[in-house]
Design a protein around this ligand. Structure first.
Ligand code: ZN
Length: 182
């Protein structure tokens, strides 16, 4: 904006006045400290779409971290497929490997829920065997009829806190088959 020289001090005072009133002068954009976690689903075989959908679930529900498909180079998260139970090997917050296990899928478990659940581990969430379908981290304990892939408010808040604070999480392997045997 070009202002006449004589008006510039007036304009400056006006901005200062608005700021003092708490009026937002500049629109607040998305948080600048959003952490991007890249994932590579190229080895996820028939589960690629489910992995994309699971990542999108998180992107739709949290602000402080965002999943993006890796575009060359090493991804933070590598997603694989095999015939066992799904599992997640967490290396650190936002880093690790996920297996989309066909055994759970063959028993009727929802592929998008599996993907979102395993990515939840990557975001620092532990298993929580409540048997409640609304809990994403209840995993297989909610039974194969549970199709919910959305995290509950507590799970969302924990992920937001993990990334806001940059918490350190210890390396750990989460095996979903153990839950199914409870
Ligand atoms: Zn789990």
């Amino acid at each position: 904006m070009i202002l006449p020289r004589t008006l510039r001090p007036v304009f400056g005072v006006l901005i200062a006045f608005l700021l003092a009133l708490g009026v937002p002068v500049v629109a607040t954009a998305a948080p600048e400290n959003v952490r991007v976690v890249t994932y590579d689903a190229s080895q996820a075989a028939e589960f690629r779409d489910a992995v994309d959908a699971g990542a999108q679930v998180w992107n739709d529900n949290v602000q402080n971290v965002r999943f993006e498909p890796a575009s060359g180079g090493a991804a933070d998260v590598v997603v694989l497929a095999d015939d066992g139970w799904p599992r997640a090997e967490v290396i650190g917050l936002g880093q690790g490997r996920v297996w989309m296990g066909r055994q759970a899928v063959n028993e009727g478990h929802d592929t998008v829920r599996i993907a979102a659940h395993e990515l939840g581990h990557i975001l620092g969430l532990p298993d929580n065997r409540t048997g409640v379908c609304e809990d994403l981290m209840s995993g297989a304990s909610a039974g194969p009829q549970c199709k919910n892939s959305k995290p509950n408010p507590e799970e969302i808040a924990e992920v937001e806190r993990n990334f806001a604070e940059g918490v350190r999480i210890a390396p750990r392997l989460y095996r979903e088959g153990v839950l199914a045997l409870r």
